[in-house]
Design a protein around this ligand. Structure first.
Ligand code: FE
Ligand code: FE
Ligand code: ZN
Length: 277
């Protein structure tokens, strides 16, 4: 029942990612829809996408959690950056339909001195411009660490975005354990309390995926530096409680730890050993 994987490179195409996932014992994965720091996206070969869809079905994968590029900032002060963000998301969502029924996760954005209120309004405006009733992809807002002027550190901010989006049935949330910890939510000593708060403010039915990361920094540091499982301030025990928690155990778990494929394979095996069926 545990669905776990990591970030894979899309540079050799879609089906290659499916085969790599199988090699490292993963049954879900994440990939950047385009270069995470750049702009242009490679065209997707429909046959390649169909081959991935076949692999996913054959091997019982959980939903994939695609990731928008970091450079996408829907609430930038500069109108050109906002237009780029809108076009990027619209184009990504169109291509996601070649691998239907999966997730597309994005960083809500940085308001760059405009204030969180303005940021929230601009993010919602972008979502209202690009979401389509017929899309099969659910778009996930990622919980952020609160570095700089990032919007989405608090559950309240995510809720305010969701509330302003017309097609909000197309929206969910991806909980990043490093980010919420760095943002000030103590998932080590009070995981139940944090999830209770998530439920009161956003609703646990919105929680669709987990980014499973340890953190190089203490709770509330607002830093966003990921560590390998068990090598940071969160620790292996707390992350094992995360994967086994009744509210989280059925969600796709994505590792974004600093690793090569071999390191990911070891973390996946370790977490599977510590998951109670
Ligand atoms: Fe992210
Ligand atoms: Fe993340
Ligand atoms: Zn991060």
């Amino acid at each position: 029942m545990l669905k776990i994987g990591c970030h894979l490179s899309c540079s050799k195409g879609f089906a290659v990612m499916g085969r790599q996932a199988l090699e490292i014992g993963a049954d879900t994965f994440a990939f950047f829809t385009r270069n995470p720091r750049g702009g242009a996206a490679k065209a997707v070969d429909p046959d390649d996408a169909a081959e991935l869809v076949r692999l996913l079905g054959e091997h019982g994968f959980g939903r994939l959690v695609a990731h928008a590029p970091y450079t996408m900032n829907p609430c930038a002060a500069d109108e050109n950056i906002r237009r780029f963000a809108r076009e990027t998301m619209a184009d990504d969502l169109a291509r996601m339909e070649l691998v239907p029924d999966n997730y597309y996760n994005f960083h809500p954005g940085s308001h760059v001195k405009q204030g969180a209120e303005v940021g929230i309004a601009l993010i919602a405006e972008q979502l209202n411009a690009v979401l389509k009733p017929e899309q099969s992809t659910t778009v996930l807002l990622e919980t952020m660490a609160g570095k700089g002027s990032e919007v989405g550190r608090t559950f309240e901010e995510l809720r305010q975005i969701i509330d302003r989006v017309e097609l909000s049935d197309k929206l969910g949330v991806c909980l990043d354990t490093c980010h919420v910890w760095d943002g000030g939510y103590d998932v080590v000593s009070d995981l139940d309390g944090v999830l209770g708060e998530f439920d009161r403010i956003i609703g646990l039915d919105r929680l669709k995926a987990v980014h499973l990361n340890d953190s190089m920094n203490p709770c509330g540091s607002h830093k966003d530096r990921h560590a390998r499982i068990g090598e940071g301030h969160i620790g292996a025990e707390a992350l094992i409680r995360v994967i086994n928690h009744p509210s989280l155990r059925a969600l796709p778990m994505i590792l974004e730890t600093p690793n090569e494929l071999g390191g990911y394979a070891r973390e996946i095996a370790f977490l599977r050993e510590n998951y109670s069926e």
